[in-house]
Design a protein around this ligand. Structure first.
Ligand code: GLC
Length: 565
């Protein structure tokens, strides 16, 4: 006899089906993890990746031509820093049209081809969304500046000065000088946290908010899988324009040090993030945040009280540990791992000195680069790599002021040399200009390209590139690395950083010698639930090995092993 479903049961069934549809569209796995939690992200600075038309500047066709490389490396998503039309005062972080591609990088059709080619190779595209400011050449600002009563006037922050020649308050731009610029035609000042060519948008104006959310929708429809949100903590400022407290001393630009108390980190930022997140959720997209935070509590807030803000607020704390210090790394990892959100690890980007130089000791830099890759790519969380890190690219800093391209390097020279050094062309092979371009590139490649390039390193099993490839391949296939918990081991060891990644009775052990001398460590895995365990090497440097649960590591050696019972 056919049973009749009770209304409640049918309701639950319908609910169950719709939940599973949501789950499917959100591509969650059995652990509730979404695609971006299993993905490896990779930042591309488009000016410097690959130059298809040989004008000395990289472009989208260049990136498209490297999709197979990215796939083979083990990259699942690329974050392309701004490629929109821009006067390039801040190399694209001054956007003059949010819904187009700068001709220097190609066209929208090239963008579509890049998305399609990425799809073929399993590489998603993440764009950079410059939320705090536009270019002063954006039509919105041109109109805003044209008169005090124009419709776009209130899209930016305009105020009267305190008196003749006096800006509205003491706020300074982090790129140097007052954060206010007088527009003589309308007699008011506008606010810019960054360069004067980057006026701050007024997020308190609902029309601005609507325009920015619509821009997101527009790109999602074009196949973008998410955004990296630029400088999120600067979106709001105190409407009363209270002066920032003055601290002792001056900064690298020679300005007084201020505590950015009244022009950063306002709670309203979180309302905006929630709105951006709602739009992202409609497209199963991810929001990554440029979240410079003082401590873990601040970082934690960016996930949102109900996990409804950024899925991936970047943890920059690693970038501030510039020595190989196991105790310090243990402390940092424990903090973010226990905070409740999904950790996002970063060791380099286009604003900070390359990890190769920061962690390197000048003698063992390649070994240290391999060690750092084996380290942060095996932690619980999502890593964001920076292009060239996988081949041990080094900073190539300008030696003379006249060679500097980054404006802050010119205004702040020699205290502030700018960020050119970490933005040099990708080193593909031993050809002229490292195979990046046939024309002289916009920034010079360092001499190290002769040994540190994709072609040469691909042939050397012991290269930095091959260490990255091996670790990334393991990370994509090993359940303990994809899903497992993180447990620090041998807490008191000052030289060896070691941890277990465990999942459903299986585990991977990672042991990293952060010192320049050989080291040994014995692991008591019985107390972690692995009685009479053995270690079976998965990825290791040539002289590192294990006997039972005793591991021997060469200087800066890596040993990643399956824990077998
Ligand atoms: C972010 C970018 C940086 C840029 C600044 C202003 O910090 O990473 O490169 O200069 O925002 O947009």
């Amino acid at each position: 006899m056919a049973k009749r479903f009770s209304p409640i049961l049918s309701f639950l069934l319908v609910l169950g089906c719709s939940l599973s549809i949501v789950a499917q569209t959100k591509s969650t796995d059995a652990e509730g993890h979404q695609w971006w939690q299993h993905a490896v992200f990779y930042e591309i600075y488009p000016r410097s990746y690959a130059d298809s038309n040989n004008d000395g500047i990289g472009d989208l066709k260049g990136i498209t031509s490297k999709m197979a490389y990215l796939h083979d490396l083990g990259v699942d998503a690329i974050w392309v820093s701004p490629c929109f039309p821009s006067p390039q005062v801040d190399f694209g972080y001054d956007v003059s049209d949010y819904e187009n591609i700068d001709p220097m990088y190609g066209t929208l059709a090239d963008f579509d081809r890049m998305v399609a080619e990425g799809k073929k190779h399993g590489v998603r595209i993440i764009l950079d969304f410059v939320v705090n400011h536009s270019s002063d050449q954006h039509q919105w600002f041109i109109d805003s500046k044209s008169s005090r009563t124009t419709p776009h006037r209130d899209w930016y922050i305009w105020r009267d000065g305190k008196g003749p020649g006096q800006p509205p308050n003491n706020w300074i731009s982090i790129f140097g000088g007052s954060a206010w610029k007088l527009d003589p035609a309308t007699g008011q000042y506008y606010y810019h946290f960054f360069y004067a060519e980057q006026p701050d948008l007024n997020w308190r104006n609902p029309a601005v908010e609507k325009a920015m959310l619509d821009i997101n929708r527009w790109w999602y429809k074009r196949g973008v899988s998410g955004f990296r949100l630029d400088a999120v903590d600067t979106l709001f400022e105190d409407p009363k324009l209270t002066d920032d407290p003055v601290l002792p001393g001056t900064n690298k630009q020679g300005d007084p040090n201020l505590e950015n108390k009244y022009n950063t980190k306002f709670p309203e930022v979180h309302d905006v993030l929630q709105k951006l997140r709602k739009v992202a959720d409609e497209s199963d997209a991810v929001l990554i945040g440029e979240t410079w935070t003082a401590d873990i509590n601040e970082l934690n807030q960016y996930y949102g009280e109900h996990s409804n803000e950024l899925q991936m607020p970047m943890d920059f704390m690693f970038t501030m540990v510039n020595t190989l210090s196991p105790p310090e790394f243990r402390r940092q990892i424990a903090a973010v791992d226990e905070a409740g959100g999904w950790p996002v690890y970063v060791i380099g980007n286009h604003d900070i000195v390359r990890s190769y130089n920061r962690y390197g000791d000048g003698k063992n830099n390649d070994a240290i680069a391999k060690l750092m890759g084996a380290f942060y790519l095996t932690l619980r969380g999502t890593p964001i790599m920076y292009y060239g890190e996988e081949i041990g690219m080094e900073n190539n800093d300008p030696k003379r002021k006249e060679d500097v391209k980054d404006p802050i390097g010119r205004t702040g020279w020699p205290q502030e040399i700018g960020r050119d050094g970490e933005r040099t062309p990708m080193q593909w092979n031993t050809d002229t200009n490292a195979g990046f371009s046939k024309k002289d590139p916009w920034l010079p490649v360092p001499l190290s390209y002769k040994t540190h390039n994709v072609a040469t390193e691909s042939k050397d099993p012991d290269s930095v590139l091959n260490m990255y490839k091996k670790v990334l391949a393991l990370r994509h296939t090993n359940k303990a690395l994809l899903e497992g918990s993180y447990t620090a081991l041998n807490d008191n060891d000052a030289n060896i950083m070691s941890y277990l990644r465990s999942y459903k009775g299986k585990a991977v052990l990672v042991a990293l010698n952060m010192s320049a001398s050989p080291q040994k460590a014995t692991f008591n895995l019985a107390e972690k639930g692995f009685a009479s365990a053995d270690l079976k090497s998965l990825v290791a440097t040539p002289q590192s090995s294990a006997k039972g649960t005793e591991v021997t590591l060469e200087p800066f050696g890596v040993f990643i092993a399956d824990v077998t019972k």
